[in-house]
Write a protein that binds this ligand. Structure first.
Ligand SMILES: CC(=O)SCCNC(=O)CCNC(=O)[C@H](O)C(C)(C)COP(=O)(O)OP(=O)(O)OC[C@H]1O[C@@H](n2cnc3c(N)ncnc32)[C@H](O)[C@@H]1OP(=O)(O)O
Length: 216
């Protein structure tokens, strides 16, 4: 975190609004807020120091660290490639995080979530409200663990994968990159890259086709 306790946010929708709430409770000020469509920004952003600006207006890469407040994993991935900036983190005070856990920059951890011993959380990850990541699990960059999802011990989740609300991943399972695990799904076995999985037991129903995916 920057010493002057300021953070810049990219994105002004619902997800960014929750990040703002976490940062404010931790004593940070949002110095700047950028969005590709400032007119549609959430009403809670009215008090941002410099208002919501278009990402095209003299975009300053250097300066106060950013957090990318965009819920879509692939958009976050694309934006991170463009921003030549330091990134900050936002961790809610009520999250229970073992001291052995590593959390990379750009990541947000929301209220009531738990991250257990030796877990490793990558860059620009979302650990959403009341979710849990258990011991020795590896959560790679740009993953989203949705509210109330349960990631058991020794799980590995590949880059850009979205774990839906309330999903359960049993111990030692490896989920590939850019997968979508549906809300409430129970994942019992390894899942290949780009799979969309739903149900209990979780079954692959289709491929997750990401337009313009070249380098992920
Ligand atoms: C704070 C926040 O809000 S964080 C946001 C958290 N968001 C989520 O958890 C959303 C997770 N998304 C889902 O669960 C979605 O339903 C997806 C991505 C799995 C599928 O969405 P789509 O690609 O639009 O698929 P679609 O809705 O056409 O469903 C395809 C089939 O799968 C079934 N299906 C879809 N989702 C699920 C699910 N979660 N569990 C069981 N079956 C499902 C549908 O009923 C449908 O079955 P049918 O072909 O027999 O009619």
């Amino acid at each position: 975190m920057s010493e002057n306790r300021e953070v810049r946010l990219y994105g002004a929708g619902g997800h960014s609004q929750v990040i703002q709430s976490v940062l404010k409770q931790n004593g940070y000020t949002i110095s700047d807020l950028f969005d590709d469509n400032p007119k549609n920004s959430h009403k809670l952003f009215k008090d941002v120091k410099h208002g919501v600006r278009s990402h095209k207006s003299n975009f300053p890469h250097q300066g106060v660290p950013f957090i990318i407040g965009v819920g879509d994993n692939y958009q976050r991935f694309e934006i991170a490639k463009i921003l030549k900036s330091e990134f900050s983190k936002a961790i809610h005070k009520s999250a229970i995080i073992d001291p052995s856990v590593s959390i990379d920059d750009g990541t947000v951890v929301y209220a009531g979530s738990t991250i257990q011993t030796n877990a490793s959380i990558g860059k620009h990850v979302i650990i959403n409200t009341m979710s849990s990541v258990d011991h020795d699990s590896i959560i790679q960059d740009f993953v989203h663990i949705s509210p109330n999802a349960t990631i058991c011990g020794l799980v590995n989740i590949g880059i850009g994968t979205h774990i839906g609300a309330g999903a359960v991943v049993i111990p030692q399972v490896k989920i590939g990159k850019w997968c979508i695990i549906g809300a409430g799904t129970v994942v019992l076995k390894d899942i290949p890259d780009y799979s969309v999985v739903v149900g209990n037991p979780g079954k692959i129903i289709k491929k997750n086709i990401i337009k313009n995916l070249v380098s992920a």
